[in-house]
Design a protein around this ligand. Sequence first.
Ligand code: AMP
Ligand code: MG
Length: 459
Amino acid sequence: MNPLFDQLTCEARPDRFDSRPIHAEVLNLPKRDNPRVATLKEVISCTSDYDPDALPVAKANEVIRSFVHPVSGVEKLRVRAALGRVLAKDVVSPINVPSHDNSAMDGYAVRNDDLGASEPVTLTEIGTAYAGREFMGEVRRGECVRVMTGAVMPKNTDTVIIQEAVNVEGKRVTIPARQERGQNRRLAGEDLQKGKAALTAGRMLRPADIGLIASLGIGEVSVRRKLKVAFFSTGDELVSVGKKLRAGNVYDSNRYTLWGMLTRLGCESTDLGVVRDDPKELEAAFRKAAAVADAVVTSGGVSVGEADLTRQMMAKLGEVVFWKIAMRPGRPMAFGRIRARGRSAYLFGLPGNPVAVMVTFYHFVRGALLTMMGRTDPDLPLLRAKSETAMRKKPGRTEYQRGILELKNGEWGVRLTGAQGSGILRSMSEANCFVVLGHDQGAINAGDYVEVMVMDGLV
Ligand code: AMP
Ligand code: MG
C-alpha cells in the first residue's frame, strides 16, 4: 500500500461528489475559492478496495470520473458550426414537428367511418392536397381527397388509403374493406412535441441532431467551450520527426497518436514537444502546461525506473497519484491535478510505450475528457464476437488486445493482429477493434465469445 494513503479515512461523503454543481468553474480556480471541490485524497478514501499497486481498471475509472468536472464555459454557435460539439442546454421545441397531421403516403384521405367492414365502398373524389398546398374544403360523408405525401390531412379525414390499393374510375374511388383507422397518417408533434426537450444537454451533436435542430427552425445553439489539452512526450531517447536518428534513438510517435486522438475527440490541443528526463525541464513543462490547459496528457516517465523523478516533482506541483493498474498493456499511470500561475489542470501521465499510450488514452483519458467536455454518455458499447483463435489470458487484470472484426458466415468473428507487444504500434494500426478481456476472465478457446469494442463509428 502506498504510505500516502495509509491514514486516509472516509472523511468525504459520497453524496458530496454526486451533487457537485457544474456551474462552478472548477478548473483554473485556486481550490480555496471553490470549497465544494473534493480533493483527490477524499475521492480515493471513498473508493473501496483501493490498492494503487494493483488497481482494477474499473476502480481507476471510478476515481477519475468522480474527480473531474465539466468546464463551465458556454458559447453560442450557428447550428452547422456546432457539429461535434457538446450541447450545454436542452433544446426545447418551440413548435410541433410535424406541425399538422399529414399524409405519410400518396393516396386518398378518407373518413374512416365511411368505410365498409366487409364490403368495398365507393367514394367521390372532390380535390387534391399537395405537400405545402392544403385542400381548403371540407370533406363530407361519401367523399375523399387525393393526397400526396406530406400534405396536411383535409378537414374531417383521418385515414389514408395508398393509391395502389384503390380502384379509380374518373372521380369514383373504390376502397377495399377492412382499412385501419389512422393508417398512413402522421400525427402533429409525433416527431417533436412543442415545449418538450428535443435534445438534452450533454450530448455531442451529430448530423441527425443538427438536422433535428433545423427542423425546429432554430439557427443557434449553446455548446460547451472547447476543452484545452496540452501534451508532451518525455524521454532522452526521443527524436522529433525531421531530425537525424542516432544509435539508441527512436522517433517520437506518441505526440502524433496523442494529437490524433485529442483532435478526434474535439479538443483544442497544444503540443509542448519532447521534454528530456531532467527534473528542471520536466517541471518547467508541467508548469507551462498547467497554466494553459484544462488537462495535460504526457507519455513516459511513469514506469518504475522513472517514476521517482516525476513523483518528487509532482509533489511540488499538486496532488497526483501513481498507479499500477491491473491491465495490459499500460500498467503504470499517474493521475491528479497540478497547479501553476493560479490555474490548475488535470494530469494524465501515461506510459511511454506507443500501444500503452493509446490503450490508456482510450480506456481512461477519453472518458475523463468527455466528462470534462460536458458529455453525459462517455462510455462505449461492448459487442460480442466469436473468437477465431485461442487467446492467452490470466485472471486478475483487464487486457485490451488488438483485433480484426470480420463478418464470417453471417456471424461476427474476431482474430488478433499478430504480435501484441506494447511497443508494436502496427498492432493498433491494423486493428479495427479492441478485444476486451475482463478482469476475471481466463484463457479463451477458439469458438468462445469475447467482448469487442469497435474503433470506428458511423457518426
Ligand atoms: P517509458 O515509459 O518512458 O519507460 O518508455 C517505454 C518505452 O516506450 C521505451 O521503449 C521508450 O523508448 C518508448 N517510448 C517512450 N516515449 C515514446 C514516444 N514518445 N514515442 C515512441 N516511443 C516512445
Ligand atoms: Mg522514458
